[in-house]
Design a protein around this ligand. Structure first.
Ligand code: RIB
Length: 336
């Protein structure tokens, strides 16, 4: 950097700004600096600048399952908002493993990124809160037990209640719930909403542990056979779980929704093109990503130590649900 400054007769901070804050350097001077940098094969050291100037242009994002279409929508929202503010993005996939998540969080911290956004693999917030002492941190989608960091998530509890209200309105009186991973707050909040609303409406229900994946839904549907007597609706923890349950029901020739209604949660893109198209709860995933970046920018400007944002969810009715058809309720003889 010094060599460029010397050859062009400008200060090193002008050369640095040409890379970190291009809008603050006259275009023709910036062009001369970039040309000289290419001739000298100079590449700005992001980490050195971040450490010296405390002005990293990187945001780190850690998600638990990059193969689940719900998270790429979040990534898109984070990226679009970050780039609007001249920030770049590093995406890390924790596979839902706390140890892997911690490794990524510490690596991002060591890179002195401008901020970290994490959809956490656990409810514990100790290591995240520790990190937040050093760098702006936003916990997104999943809630953490403490309130020491900013959080941006959706109303999972309310969304789950809206599903039960809707199925009750269709005349369903006995439901099966396929539960997500219990250590994840979104799964727990949805189960709570489901249970509270069933009790309010006097709906009988069973709960089977499934997970957030297609195979989880398939296996849980298969396991649910002893509980299925009189059940006319299956409420699933998320869309991929619902696709697995639908696959098992299709394998058994059980028509959906004629004999059993099925619902999901997330409203990923495949939900509307699946056959039958999936009744589900839309999460504002893209907006969550954008608001998480804005929360980081607020913290960097000293506007907010930490904030809690809960975005509304929305029931989306499609072809996988219908009026309860009492004449063809599943009996315990119906092998699932
Ligand atoms: O589909 C993956 C699930 O994990 C989503 O429902 C999202 O809320 C996250 O918690």
């Amino acid at each position: 950097m010094r060599e460029i400054a010397r050859k062009l007769g400008v200060s090193t901070s002008t050369v640095s700004r040409a890379f970190s804050k291009p809008e603050m350097v006259r275009p023709e001077l910036r062009e001369r600096i970039l040309k000289m940098a290419r001739e000298l094969d100079y590449k700005p050291n992001r980490i050195a600048r971040a450490m010296v100037l405390g002005q990293s242009d990187l945001i780190g994002l850690v998600v638990p399952d990059i193969t689940n279409p719900f998270f790429p929508t979040i990534v898109r929202g984070v990226e679009d908002e970050a780039r609007k503010h001249g920030l770049n993005l590093i995406v890390c996939n924790s596979d839902g493993h706390v140890a892997k998540e911690k490794q990524y969080l510490h690596s991002l911290h060591d890179l002195t990124v401008a901020g970290i956004i994490v959809a956490s693999a656990s409810r514990r917030d100790a290591y995240v809160a520790e990190l937040a002492a050093d760098v702006p941190v936003v916990v997104m989608d999943r809630r953490l037990s403490g309130s020491l960091v900013s959080q941006v998530n959706a109303d999972n509890y309310g969304g789950s209640k809206s599903v039960v209200d809707y199925l009750t309105g269709l005349g369903h009186r006995r439901l099966l719930y396929l539960l997500g991973p219990p250590m994840i707050s979104t799964a727990g909040d949805r189960l709570r909403g489901f249970r509270d609303q069933c009790r309010l409406h006097g709906i009988e229900f069973d709960v089977v542990r499934a997970g957030f994946g297609i195979d989880d839904g398939y296996r849980a549907m298969k396991q649910a056979w002893p509980m299925i007597d009189g059940t006319t609706g299956v409420v699933c923890a998320n869309d991929l779980c619902a696709f697995g349950a639908l696959a098992r029901l299709a394998e058994l020739g059980i028509p959906v929704p004629e004999r059993i209604s099925v619902t999901g949660f997330d409203d990923i893109a495949f939900a509307r093109i699946f056959s039958p198209s999936l009744t589900t709860v839309r999460q504002p995933a893209y907006e969550m990503g954008r608001l998480a970046v804005r929360a980081i920018l607020d913290m960097r400007r000293g506007h907010a130590s930490h904030q809690l944002v809960v975005l509304p969810t929305e029931l989306v009715v499609r072809d996988s649900t219908a009026l309860r058809n009492a004449s063809v309720e599943l009996s315990s003889g119906g092998a699932l």
